[in-house]
Design a binder for this molecule. Structure first.
Ligand code: HEC
Length: 115
């Protein structure tokens, strides 16, 4: 049998503990507990440059860093086509079906250029 009350109580205690920990970690120099932080994104960076940059910055970097895609193993065109189709069909990437061949060409050319 499912007993929701203890579960809810446990979740509430967890939330209060997290909030207390977050408050303790916040720097004291800001009234609302917010502070500006700088992070270094992993190399080779968020945006593409070089081969295929215009296409891939337009169609992939709204969800991925360029580095994530550049670190994929060398893939044949058919595998890239399946990936790019999946990004649209499953994850809602907003490019048109008609753009997929050009995106695949850009990905394959980029991996060949990197060899
Ligand atoms: C609308 C958001 C979105 C866009 C745009 C997008 N992706 Fe993805 N992609 C995802 C999500 C979500 C995952 C799954 C991440 C996970 O499993 O942790 C993913 C995963 C991947 C993976 C890992 C393998 C896999 O199938 O999970 C690759 C490679 C990839 N994307 C390539 C691309 C390329 C290339 C483009 C541009 C043509 C692109 N993505 C555009 C959302 C997107």
């Amino acid at each position: 049998m499912i007993r929701p009350l203890p579960l809810l109580l446990g979740a509430a205690i967890g939330l209060v503990a997290c909030a207390a920990a977050a408050r303790a970690a916040a720097p004291a120099d800001t009234a609302a507990g917010f502070a500006t932080r700088t992070v270094d994104l992993p190399s080779p960076g968020a945006m593409f440059s070089g081969s295929g940059a215009e296409t891939l910055n337009r169609d992939c970097t709204m969800c991925h860093s360029a580095g994530f895609i550049d670190r994929q193993p060398p893939l044949p065109a058919a595998t890239w086509r399946a990936e790019v189709t999946k990004m649209k069909a499953i994850f809602g990437a907003p490019y048109a079906e008609a753009d997929i061949p050009a995106i695949v060409d850009a990905l394959v050319a980029r991996q060949q250029a990197a060899k």
